[in-house]
Design a protein around this ligand. Structure first.
Ligand SMILES: [Zn+2]
Length: 278
């Protein structure tokens, strides 16, 4: 299975995006996107990384989303900077009416992987994961997230956007978030966890980078879901979920699995157990 990721540096050419303090949004977005693409290609196998632009050129919004749809991308990440927000900070967006449970999962993972890298180096304002009706998130057929990388017009944020370590942290966070979302090999070792459905042990899974995974068929069927395969990807009640192949079994992240079947999910640290309840 080759995973296709489309990175979308906002604006470009005659459209600079937000401009202030001698910075142009289009340049910052391109720099971060190119760096994130480099990291993904250097570090992970089995992925194809495409960019909607690699130079300072104008690309209309419909062309950006058609690239992702035509290439049947598995994830779309649009990179922007904010403006007009007073105190500055970091936030991410997904389409407010997305029906795909993977979308909020992609947003959650990207948001936290970026935040835990930029916060220790001085970005102190997390505006949180948000929902809105944004064109590129709405018109893409796959999970899509738009990242607002700080405020160009807030002096403290503009200073940060001139720092190589901040741009690196943003790019690292995007790459790590995507890797974690797709369950690609990470520097961290998975830790074994127990999985219970309605109070009964059903299987062992693992936790890696703060996410728990488990065998789709055993866990899904215990929850009454129907499990299938499309292109080496597990489907749960017809919804494709990120899939890791462990031997011949397909493992999926348990949080979106729970979303699809509307089960409650909780974590019991004492017994190292993920608990799913219908
Ligand atoms: Zn923008």
């Amino acid at each position: 299975m080759t995973i296709t990721i489309v990175l979308d540096p906002g604006h470009g050419g005659h459209d600079p995006g937000a401009v202030a303090k001698g910075l142009q949004e289009k340049d910052v977005a391109l720099q971060i996107s190119l760096a994130a693409a480099e990291r993904l290609k250097a570090k992970y196998e089995g992925i194809r990384v495409l960019l909607t632009r690699t130079a300072d050129v104008f690309v209309p919004l419909p062309e950006r989303t058609s690239i992702a749809n035509r290439e049947r991308a598995d994830a779309f990440v649009s990179v922007h900077c904010n403006a007009g927000g007073g105190a500055g900070g970091f936030e991410t967006y997904m389409y407010s009416r997305s029906a795909n449970p993977n979308t909020s999962e992609l947003q959650r993972v990207l948001h936290s992987e970026i935040w835990r890298r930029i916060n220790p180096i001085g970005v102190d304002r997390d505006r949180g994961p948000k929902k809105a009706d944004l064109y590129v998130c709405r018109e893409t057929n796959m999970p899509a997230v738009l990242i607002e990388c700080l405020f160009i017009d807030v002096p403290a944020d503009a200073e940060r956007l001139r720092r190589a370590d901040v741009l690196d942290a943003l790019a690292d966070g995007i790459a790590a978030g995507l890797a974690s979302y797709f369950g690609l090999t990470s520097d961290n070792q998975p830790v074994s966890v127990r999985i219970e459905v309605n109070g009964k042990y059903v299987a062992n899974g693992d936790a890696i980078d703060g996410r728990t995974w488990g065998p789709a068929r055993i866990v899904g069927e215990a929850l009454g879901a129907s499990i299938g395969w499309v292109d080496r990807t597990v489907t749960v009640n017809g919804v494709k979920l990120p899939t890791r192949l462990i031997g011949t079994a397909g493992w999926v992240p348990l949080r979106p699995l729970a979303d699809v079947v509307r089960a409650r999910i909780s974590w019991d640290g004492k017994s190292n157990t993920v608990k799913l309840k219908m």
